[in-house]
Design a protein around this ligand. Structure first.
Ligand code: B12
Length: 289
């Protein structure tokens, strides 16, 4: 296996340490240390079948990781600043390195979405709305974000039996696939099967998909812009008419309150993806009031 290794080859035996000892020094499991090596976060070299690590590299990693941890967990603000900058620059490799750095520092994939990606995307939207970045930069940034979110996607796969199926899609005319991808990952991570119809979904396709799997409990209609509010309303109406036993959620960037969602025909409302997942767990368990 090729491991990125920027430092010169290890020549001085007094300065090196085996990977198992390095793991102990860092206070992590051997497999975690191996993951650091695999990601290139901890430079290492295979010598005679064992991984060897330079003490200087180990100390550098410890000091980099230290300020990110704290009683409250990772300090997200430097990550957010850096990711915002890299997205606007259209720099996928640096954006991905940053995400790997956060994963290595112990952040679960769910937090990468909710604490890092979502706030940064909201900032990008605000900067566009205020005119500090133009539409070209917004497109460049969202294209990189789509790729980063896609790379993180497999981390949300769960083995075994699913609690139920949830159909998700963006209203007809709505091209915001990113909120949907993030939303779907979080729901998938909470052990639901997700049937993601993507952006610009015709109302009839929501209905058809809701009728496909017997264990479908909910349909979530994502609304990314005010232009597609009517389409969301039409979709909810059709669902109520044709699959009346299904719970309809309406949310996404253009829905800012429960009142708005219910006005469009939502049966249920969750402000964040995790709220929606919690509500669906209650619906499955029959404990929702
Ligand atoms: C990326 C982006 C784009 C990209 C989309 C690329 C893609 N593949 O998705 C492009 C450049 C194409 C685009 C286009 C447009 N966009 Co745009 N876009 C954004 C941006 C910056 C990020 C979207 C995102 O991923 N957000 C992150 C999500 C995950 O955050 P979130 O909403 O908080 O999500 C949480 C919850 O909503 C929930 N959730 C998500 N989905 C669902 C679904 C359900 C059912 C539920 C219950 C919950 C739920 O889970 C999430 C996590 O907890 C937003 C800014 C923003 N504030 O979101 C603007 C934003 C959504 N866009 C906006 C606008 C106006 C447009 C355009 C009309 C003009 C433009 N900017 O070019 C067009 C619309 C095109 C169309 N017809 O769809 C406005 C919408 C305002 C409004 N109320 O109408 C925003 C808010 C920017 C702003 N501040 O003004 N956009």
């Amino acid at each position: 296996m090729q491991v990125p290794y920027d430092s010169p080859p290890i020549t001085d035996d007094s300065e090196i340490i085996g990977l198992r000892a390095a793991a102990e020094e860092l206070g992590v499991h051997y497999m975690t240390a191996y993951r650091y090596v695999r990601l290139g976060t901890l430079p290492a070299q295979k010598v005679g079948g064992t991984w060897q690590v330079r003490l200087d590299d180990l100390r550098a990693l410890s000091s980099r990781a230290a300020p990110q941890h704290g009683p409250g967990g990772i300090r997200w603000s430097p990550y957010r600043t850096h990711l915002l900058d890299r997205l606007i620059a259209g720099d996928e490799p640096a954006g991905w390195s940053l995400i790997e750095q956060a994963l290595v520092s112990g952040a679960p994939a769910k937090d990468i979405h909710l604490e890092l990606m979502v706030p940064v995307l909201q900032d990008i939207g605000d900067e566009w709305a205020q005119g500090s970045i133009d539409i070209t930069a917004e497109h460049r940034a969202s294209t990189v974000a789509v790729r980063l979110v896609g790379r993180l996607g497999p981390s949300f796969a769960r083995r075994g039996r699913k609690l139920a199926t949830i159909v998700i899609g963006a209203a007809a005319g709505d091209y915001h696939s990113l909120p949907l991808a993030i939303f779907g990952d979080i729901i998938r991570g909470e052990e639901f099967a997700v049937l993601d119809l993507g952006p610009n979904t015709p109302p009839a396709s929501f209905v058809q998909s809701a009728q496909t799997h017997d264990d479908t409990i909910a349909v979530a209609i994502s609304v990314g812009s005010d232009e597609t509010l009517d389409a969301a309303r039409r979709t909810a109406d059709l669902l109520h008419e044709q699959v009346p036993n299904i719970h309809v959620f309406i949310g996404g960037p253009a829905i800012t309150s429960e009142h708005d969602a219910r006005n469009l025909g939502a049966d249920e409302y969750g402000a964040t993806a995790l709220d929606v997942a919690r509500l669906c767990i209650e619906l499955v368990a029959g404990t929702k009031r």
